[in-house]
Design a binder for this molecule. Sequence first.
Ligand code: NAD
Ligand code: GLY
Length: 340
Amino acid sequence: MHDVLISQGLLAKAGERLAECIKPCRTIVVTDENVAPLYADTVMESLREAGFSPVLTVLPAGETTKCGSQYIALLETMAGAELTRSDLVVALGGGVIGDLAGFAAATYLRGIAVAQIPTTLLAAVDSSVGGKTAIDLAAGKNLVGAFHKPIRVVCDPSTLATLPPEQLAAGMAESIKYGVLFDRDLFAHLSHGAPADLTETVSRCVALKQGVVARDFTDRGERQLLNLGHTFGHAIEHCANFTILHGEAVAIGMCMAARAAVHLGIAKEDCTAAIRDALAAAHLPTETVYSAADLTAAALHDKKRAGGTIKLVLPVKIGQCVLHPFPVDRLGELMEEVCR
Ligand code: NAD
Ligand code: GLY
């Protein structure tokens, strides 16, 4: 498993810490227009000081950047910068930049090194760790991708201080998710809103994710637990035409999963209220405005659907969840129950 360094002030030492993993080389730093003015200078200077020869490329912010045309344009920029197989891509930003730059690194010259420097809470606790990279197609999100482990993840939690509140909340949804999945103490720690210093939160979430990824890198079994709240959440994102943040949709999806677990007799404790209260304390939505019929139609497009079943992730209790294959022809009925 790749390592993840997490500490306040690490951004200024990014070059030094990457030079421990790769011989200083030509490097493309990929970032977006919001992150560049805040953090690009620090990273570029630190790479130069460590002996790297970095060039910067700044892309538009937002999910639409994770597309085929930006991917090809980035590959052309990498080729124009004459990157070779011994060179490096640095992804500086949120999950959009991490996924796009990671996928470009995975495929350019059949794979060159990538380092992730996450600057959103979601990227710090989830997308920068574990080597999933992807871009979107018109037909859906993340439909083209590769598993490509970063040589190192360098996370400076002080960068999270500049996040807009709704982006911080979206990352909190993914952080609370780890508590519901694996760790009752972490859940309690996150139940009263976002801690002022997120270093411990990021460290605990990353440690939990690294354990899962080490046991199931290619997502055949246990790693699918990380999709808690995502089947319902993806359906909500779809119905909202992606105007809702992913983390917000996952928050509502976790509440729906908790209700489904109770309804199906999977839950050993009814954790619906605890999950709802923790998410509400993090300023996240907990109820859907869409109808069961619309959500069912959207959920049936989910890529986790396999033939006649869809794999739900359901909480048994706080700190323990299970994968539960569920017949698609009964999904509408279940959706009616969990939308109440
Ligand atoms: P994002 O990358 O769009 O970042 C959110 C917004 O915050 C952007 O506008 C960005 O410019 C801005 N921003 C980033 N860092 C900032 C900072 N420190 N201060 C101020 N503004 C900042 O979104 P995201 O939520 O980080 O990531 C979402 C993406 O991650 C989705 O495409 C999703 O599919 C992907 N994802 C991937 C994985 C994986 O395992 N690869 C896991 C979860 C999500
Ligand atoms: N974000 C889910 C995973 O990495 O598997």
